[in-house]
Every structure is written in C-alpha cells, then in structure tokens.
Design a protein around this ligand. Sequence first.
Ligand code: 13P
Length: 300
Amino acid sequence: MPLVNTKEMFLDAYNNHYAVGAFNVDSIAMIQAVLQAAENCSSPVIISLSKGSREFMHPGNIKEQILTVSKDITIPFAIHLDHGKSIELCKDCIDEGFTSVMIDASKYDFEENIRITKEVVDYAHERNVSVEGELSILTGEEDYPRLIEEFVKRTNVDSLAISIGTGHGTTKFKKGEIPKLKFHILEELERRLPSYPFVLHGSSSILKKDIDIFNEYGGDIKDPIGIPEDLLRKASHGPICKINIGTDFRVAYVGALRKSLSLIKDKYEPRNFLVPAKQAAQELVEYKLKNVFNSAYKIK
Ligand code: 13P
C-alpha cells in the first residue's frame, strides 16, 4: 500500500542524498496533481494539509477522499498535518488516518515545547504515525545546535523543522540582501545527530515565470524573492530530508486559473478553467522533484 508514514521515506532520502517534497494542498484537484506528478517521476511525496485546508476539505474522512483518488498510484506517499498548533488537533488527525503530523509548539519556551511535542510523539508512535517538531533559534545562534540535539533526544521526535534562513510567503529576503542559508548549522547538526532527518519550511523559490503569469492576469504579488534553487539542491544533498512548498505550488495553480478565466470568454463549465490550473500545478511539482529535490526516479 503506497500510503506510508515518513520514517522509511526519510531514511532513504538521507542515504540517497535527496529530499522529499511536501506540497500544501487545498482540494482534491491539487492532491491529484501532486500524486500524478510523483507517479510520473517515480518519486515519494508528501501531501500536506494545514488546519485550514483540512477544515475546507471536510475533517473526518480526508484519508478516504485521498485513497479514492489514489487507486492507480504506486509510489509511496504520506498524508501530513502541517503546523499543528495543538495536541488535540494532532491527535484528531492521527485518529482520522493521517500518517504524519507536525506539532508546532515553537512559540512556547524550550521546556514547554518539549512537553507538548513528547505528548504527541508518544500518542503517534503507538499508532505508527511519524511526528515532525519545530525548534526556532531561541537565544544565540551558537547555542542552537546543542539545543536541537537535546530537543531531539528528549522528545524522540522523528524529524525537526529548523531555522537556517528560509521563511514563509513571497518575499523571503529584503531588497538588496543576498539570499543564503546557514549551512554551517546543518554541518554541526550532522555531526551531533548523524543521519537524523531535518525539515525546511518556507522553501519556495518564487519562480519568475509563474509570478509573471499571476501578475499579468490581475494578480499583484510585490517584491517576489524566494530561496535560490542551488541552495535547496545543496540542502537536499545533506541532512534536509523534507522540503515544504506551499507558495510556488499555489501561485502556479492560481496563476493558471487567472489566465484561463481571463482568456476563455465563451465557456462556463468549471473544468475548462480548473484543468489548466491542475496541469500547471502538476508541472510545478514534476519540475521540483526532477530539478531541485533530486527525488525523481528513486522508487524502483
Ligand atoms: P513557502 O511559503 O515557502 O512555500 O513555504 C510553505 C511552508 O513551509 C508550509 O509549511
């Protein structure tokens, strides 16, 4: 069965120097785009739902909805909760069949983050579900790798989102700033926690081609600047085993939707507008799997 948790996925990603893409979806069409792209590329993939997306898609039977549209899919995929902000939400998702959850207690102090994360880990592991935690830089950067090591050992969390310079949204760096990631932190983490899988959030590259379409057809994304692809390739080669993409995927989808709504004047069947949007989203995923995450053709 291709629906899996992320444990084996990340082990394979670490050993074979690639990262698994996690794409933020809002609808069945977007899920189909992600799964078909991954199938075409023989790549593992993660379907990522935020609290809001899950509510939009009807909590309680998300797993069944996804299984219905994944009957012909053979690559391994996980259903993941992105940024679960409470223990209750994580437990609900685990109970309804998600195979991976993120408990994001990063707004709390170190000890409270550990307590909350550990409670979710204990619950999830009894049910064969994997857990991602998050620890941001709390004090000085020098202390960060040591705190991460302690956090991972005390919580037994399966993967951890870390801050090395990425950020959510369409403007990730100030005007004139040279985009960079803190690879020295990753190197130290690899020494302290060999083969442990780390996660990068906020990793869209904010692709010019898609931003141009989005803006040409009535959108208004200002100051677009994302994470350069060569930095993501380098991170994927090392201990970054999961990379989150929300913005690039959504901009590709909505940009294509804007374009078809603007250009097609004489039709009103929604599929005439939704099919190009889904196609653009699928192409975006295939592009990332092949050219950035190095995960294509890893499933034999
Ligand atoms: P982007 O906004 O860079 O796509 O990041 C998405 C993300 O990290 C979701 O958790």
